[in-house]
Design a protein around this ligand. Structure first.
Ligand SMILES: C[S@@+](CC[C@H](N)C(=O)[O-])C[C@H]1O[C@@H](n2cnc3c(N)ncnc32)[C@H](O)[C@@H]1O
Length: 490
């Protein structure tokens, strides 16, 4: 059963609307004394506004508002579903609502637009009965934007309620045979440029109908399960399984939660385990598996904040009597890295604040270097629902000079015979293949290794012209779309 179908609030795309009011109806679960009416929709609206108006991150703001307002249980689950679901499918809802307003959607007031999207989500993708979805949203509109604009919201949502999601996309999406990217963009709610970039990274052409691209886009709209890492030497997968998680298919350190709050797990609270995507664990593991002849004592994580991979690498280094320097340019994030590497076996990790492009160490100091560079994050769209609307077509080009300089610096930091892992949480070819190729072309002291061979327990990873890169994919591996290139310095 997919995560999507597991959600109690989701409605299958086709089929009858289940009858009977549920907790997602207008009044929801019993409110606490003094709590605002319909706290779930109110908090979802506040997060959508903050994401839209001040570039807030939903995954940070929502938990803190739920906590601040004392919203828990079914109301918290409803608020989470409404917030993330609305942000993910915003592109589809906007295409539908364009046909339901008598002006452009862009000219609708900023206070009202999130209400319309919230209402459209309840109508088109949840089991909330249509009359409850409309009346609860209009009720909220009355309170937050006034009677006049609530009437407008009511009129738009009544038009939206006339069809189900499949009927609507049949009306508003371009013909797939004529414009496959445009069709996928509307049906799976991604900006068209992202559809094209992901298809390019998957090696698919429009002519073929973009079959695998569609599977990837659909995976981005599924709710991902929380994955944990048991830091070697400090906790085990068995500890996490005892706490209710399931082992991950590939990482020897990973376990997935089916539901529940990771902070409720003792090992996580104690810093012996942490939340970390399985692909992040595996790219760090691959770097430690490469054979480096001779000395293997000093490792560098050059872009370490907030410290996920550094935490794992420090534990792995400690078990081999190596040490890790975890460096991060932003001092506040370097503080998080210090927390992540604290109490590694043999005290193997040390965090410093330093600019990787102006190294605070001598050239050739390290035996293994991780350059997990800043990137567009197009590989983590499952977990960051608003990111697809925030990045632009130019984002990758803007990051490329820094990515290049960091990889060059990583290469200079490793000793001859040592190895560099270049990693992005993005499959966009301009920040993966293009950066690696450019550095390989500029230098004659590098050999590109076959990264998939270091992770031979994971099928379907090989990418790039000669299959030398490892590229994870959400729809193939159930992970973020993490990219890995391994370079040996000769
Ligand atoms: C993709 S994140 C790294 C994620 C991290 N490895 C983890 O697993 O938690 C990239 C990091 O690089 C940092 N960064 C950006 N420019 C940098 C530079 N010139 N030198 C070092 N770090 C830099 C960013 O602040 C950000 O924390």
């Amino acid at each position: 059963m997919s995560e999507q179908s597991r959600s109690p609030y989701r409605r299958p795309r086709r089929g009858p609307r289940p009858g009977g009011a549920r907790s997602g109806g207008a009044q929801g679960a019993a409110a606490k004394p003094g709590a605002p009416r319909d706290p779930a929709r109110r908090v979802a609206y506040d997060v959508l506004r903050a994401v839209q108006d001040r570039d807030a991150y939903a995954n940070l703001l929502l938990p803190s508002l739920l906590n601040e307002r004392g919203i828990a249980g079914r109301d918290a689950a409803l608020a989470t579903e409404l917030t993330y679901g609305t942000l993910r499918l915003q592109g589809t809802y906007d295409a539908i609502m364009e046909t339901c307003v008598d002006r452009t959607l862009a000219s609708v007031d900023a206070e009202v637009l999130p209400l319309l999207r919230l209402g459209a989500h309840q109508l088109l993708s949840t089991k909330i009965p249509p009359h409850a979805a409309v009346s609860a949203t209009v009720d909220l509109a009355r309170r937050v934007v006034g009677q006049h604009r609530a009437r407008f919201a009511n009129a738009v949502l009544r038009k939206v309620s006339a069809r189900d999601l499949d009927e609507w996309t049949g009306v508003v999406a371009p013909d797939r045979a004529v414009d496959p990217s445009g069709y996928l963009s509307v049906v799976h709610s991604h900006p068209r440029w992202i559809v094209k970039e992901l298809a390019r990274a998957l090696g698919e052409r429009s002519k073929t109908g973009l079959v695998e691209t569609e599977r990837l886009l659909a995976a981005h709209n599924e709710r991902p399960r929380v994955t944990l890492v048991a830091k070697p030497g400090r906790a085990t997968v068995e500890d996490l399984v005892a706490a209710g998680a399931e082992p991950t298919p590939y990482s020897p350190f990973g376990a997935r939660l089916t539901e529940g709050d990771p902070a409720a797990i003792r090992e996580v609270r104690q810093g012996r385990a942490a939340v970390q995507d399985e692909a992040s664990q595996l790219v760090a593991l691959a770097l430690t598996r490469v054979d480096v002849q001779g000395r293997d004592e000093l490792w560098l994580d050059m872009c370490a904040g907030p410290g996920g991979k550094a935490g794992l690498l420090a534990s792995l280094a400690g078990r081999r009597e190596a040490r890790l320097v975890a460096s991060e340019v932003q001092p506040a994030r370097a503080g998080l890295v210090a927390g992540a590497v604290r109490r590694a076996p043999r005290d193997a990790g040390r965090a410093i604040a330093a600019d990787g492009t102006r190294p605070a160490w001598r050239p050739g100091t390290f035996d293994r270097v991780l350059a997990d560079v800043p990137c567009t994050g197009l590989g983590a769209l499952r977990r960051r629902p608003e990111a697809r609307w925030r990045r632009t077509e130019d984002s990758a080009a803007e990051l490329a000079p820094l990515q290049h300089d960091l990889l060059v610096s990583a290469v200079e930091s490793v000793r001859p015979g040592g190895v560099v892992a270049y990693v992005t949480c993005s499959p966009h070819l301009d920040e993966t293949d293009a950066i690696v190729r450019r550095v390989l072309a500029e230098r004659d002291d590098l050999t590109l290794l076959r990264a998939p061979d270091l992770l031979d327990e994971v099928p379907g990873l090989a990418a790039g012209e000669d299959g030398n890169y490892a590229q994870f994919w959400p729809h193939r591996h159930g992970t973020d779309a993490m990219f890995l290139a391994l370079l040996r310095r000769n």
